[in-house]
Design a protein around this ligand. Structure first.
Ligand code: 5GP
Ligand code: MN
Length: 342
């Protein structure tokens, strides 16, 4: 679907012209795009005189802690009662970088019960029956929610209201969701990036925080995972990581430390489909990535998940071994769909 804007968006803009109790939220375990888009909107709304509150459903990765405004974020799991009260009393709730309320965990459940006006700005594929918002600004073809927030801000106010902090947050989401301008790139991505740089983004600083500031443990863990946990299945053009919890404990991994690992599997010659089975205390979190025509989001539906064509996620409440067996059985079913040349 191309850009879809709800027809009555002007009514939302009228509402935003008056003081409102505004909440901004995003999906649980927010990534660079989720944090970047939420904080950028937070900066913008402050600039037009609102006093929004950004509620993150869970904590975010350490490598995003430097983003301007993170110190203002309320972590739902740490401040449950206060957040519940804020959600219940809100006039407007912005839901960014997710389309299905369950992706925001307990925050999503609370929003479902709230009488507030709900606004959804997102770039995930969304089955119509899952839509929950009163207003929406959605584009499955957009590189990132940050690209859409840029457009939303411009749509709302074409005067130059992008300051350096807002632009830095948006640029971060553009970089992280495109794998540093490698995936989902279209001319618009570079146009937006150019505008953000013109607004004063310090690229060296962003790159340092995103790519040159990993802990020694995380780097050694990557080596361990590549050597011990990677399985390549040429008959399915697939490679997957099987990551037991004990390995993550051994390397004292922190939130966000496994980000990017799955892409190493996709980098192998002949591999069209890459998977990360990431054992957690209560479930196995699964990441799917593909190159070309294989639709990972349809495959992810077997694991209660979804996402984009080439990048999606899901979960399993079975054991790691059982999840792996189910995955292998499914790969056999998908064998012909996985057999193509790029
Ligand atoms: P990741 O593998 O990095 O966790 O997620 C990759 C992409 O899939 C992201 O765009 C993310 O929003 C989406 N995604 C991850 N997990 C789920 C899920 O359980 N359900 C849906 N619908 N999307 C997901
Ligand atoms: Mn995103």
């Amino acid at each position: 679907m191309p850009l879809e804007i709800s027809p009555n968006l002007d009514a939302l803009f009228v509402r935003l012209a008056h003081p409102a109790r505004i909440i901004i939220t995003t999906h649980q375990k927010p990534d660079g795009d989720a944090m970047g888009s939420s904080l950028a909107l937070w900066h913008y709304l402050n600039k037009i005189g609102q006093r929004p509150v950004f509620i993150s459903p869970t904590t975010y990765a350490d490598f995003l802690r430097w983003l301007p405004g993170t110190d203002q974020a309320l972590i739902y799991t740490d401040h449950k009662e206060r957040c519940d009260e804020l959600i219940d009393k809100a006039d407007v709730i912005f839901c960014l970088d997710f389309g299905e309320l369950h992706r925001a965990a307990d925050v999503g459940h609370r929003i479902a019960r709230s009488a507030a006006i709900k606004v959804n700005i997102d770039h995930h594929i969304l089955p119509p029956e899952k839509a929950f918002a009163d207003y929406w600004y959605r584009d499955e073809k957009a590189s990132s929610t940050c690209e859409l927030i840029y457009d939303f801000i411009y749509h709302h106010n074409p005067d130059n209201l992008l300051d350096t902090d807002t632009a830095t947050c948006l640029y971060t989401g553009l970089v992280t969701d495109t794998g540093a301008f490698r995936y989902s790139v279209n001319p618009r991505v570079h146009e937006v990036a150019a505008q953000l740089l013109a607004a004063g983004v310090d690229i060296d600083r962003v790159s340092f925080h995103l790519f040159s500031n990993f802990s020694e443990n995380r780097t050694r863990f990557m080596g361990y995972a590549l050597y011990e946990c990677l399985h390549v299945l040429p008959q399915y053009h697939t490679a997957y990581f099987r990551l037991p919890l004990e390995a993550q404990e051994r390397f004292q991994l922190r939130e966000g430390d496994t980000e990017g690992l799955v892409n190493f599997a996709l980098g192998i010659e002949g591999v069209n489909f890459a998977i990360l089975l990431n054992e957690q205390p209560d479930m196995v979190k699964i990441s799917f990535r593909s190159l070309g025509k294989f639709a990972t989001n349809l495959f992810a539906a077997h694991f209660k998940g979804g996402g984009h064509h080439n990048a999606s996620g899901g979960k399993s409440t079975e054991s790691l071994a059982q999840t792996e067996q189910r995955l292998l059985a499914l790969l056999e079913e998908y064998k012909t769909q996985l057999d193509y040349e790029l």
